[in-house]
Design a binder for this molecule. Sequence first.
Ligand SMILES: Nc1ncnc2c1ncn2[C@@H]1O[C@H](COP(=O)(O)OP(=O)(O)OP(=O)(O)O)[C@@H](O)[C@H]1O
Ligand SMILES: O=P(O)(O)OC[C@H]1O[C@H](OP(=O)(O)OP(=O)(O)O)[C@H](O)[C@@H]1O
Ligand SMILES: [Mg+2]
Length: 285
Amino acid sequence: MTKIRIAVQKSGRLNQDSLKILKDCGISIDNGKDQLKATARNFPLEVFYLRNGDIPQYLRDGVVDIAILGENVLVEKGKDISIAEKLNFSKCRVSLAVPKSVEYKSVQDFEGKRIATSYPTTVKDYLASKGVNADLHIINGSVEIAPNIGLADGICDIVSSGSTLFKNNLKEVEVILKSEAVLAVSPKISTEREAILDKLRFRIQSVLEARNNKYVLLNAPNEKLDEILTLLPGMRSPTVLPLAQKGWSSVHTVIQQDTFWEVIDELKQAGAEGILVCPIEKMVR
Ligand SMILES: Nc1ncnc2c1ncn2[C@@H]1O[C@H](COP(=O)(O)OP(=O)(O)OP(=O)(O)O)[C@@H](O)[C@H]1O
Ligand SMILES: O=P(O)(O)OC[C@H]1O[C@H](OP(=O)(O)OP(=O)(O)O)[C@H](O)[C@@H]1O
Ligand SMILES: [Mg+2]
């Protein structure tokens, strides 16, 4: 039977969330310790555990059909590779930073300066688009230390909370790009495997939708129902059921994670009581 081959980061920041999304899609993978390849038990899928930075080349060569990796890695070395889904985890940005003590005015300040980075193409392209020439020092890790040891005047690296910059007395001065984990596709994928990819994408979409929504149940006095219902979106419209106690109803609906707390506040003010919030496992529109 034909199987689709997926690359997942072997270890590091993407590993656990990548395996979790496959699990939430109902795919069980037998994981032996230190295994570099595994097969799913209930989906035509083979998993290859690889370095995030090596994945674009594997996709390009068609050694794997799809992969979960950071979008920033595709910007750096996989511009020819397409993205099938954004996966809404490992969100970060790739930014330029300089020592806090530097009075920074604009990107032109990098002219002739030394920049340490693990993302040379990204920096080069960005600076070229601004007409700036700088001298790049390519290092593979601990980039933030470079200005403190006199190796560079500034850096370009991944920033998330900003705490690594802060601890190293640096400040973020330019955001070059925003990134998150993505599902990328090999340009060499076969038609047969594309059909498996469609099935996987359908599952991923329903998992991501579910993660982004909550199922909400609440009680409301009937005279407040009209006002409460205007506050609620729901998939098509909210469900309203009578409670055993006369004059009261139970309202069931789905609320988006981002607007959740505001809607809950408004519901309480409008007279809703006994509000229960439950996670949703899968959501198919
Ligand atoms: N602090 C962070 N917060 C959120 N996402 C991050 C952070 N650092 C890195 N990432 C994202 O996770 C990806 C993997 O980062 P990680 O540090 O685990 O591996 P790596 O050293 O870049 O790659 P490799 O697997 O090749 O060793 C990055 O490409 C980026 O997309
Ligand atoms: O803004 P922050 O939340 O501090 O995150 C940014 C840091 O996270 C990443 O390093 P990581 O911890 O992955 O270490 P690595 O250099 O060994 O990959 C990145 O290279 C930054 O150093
Ligand atoms: Mg890292």
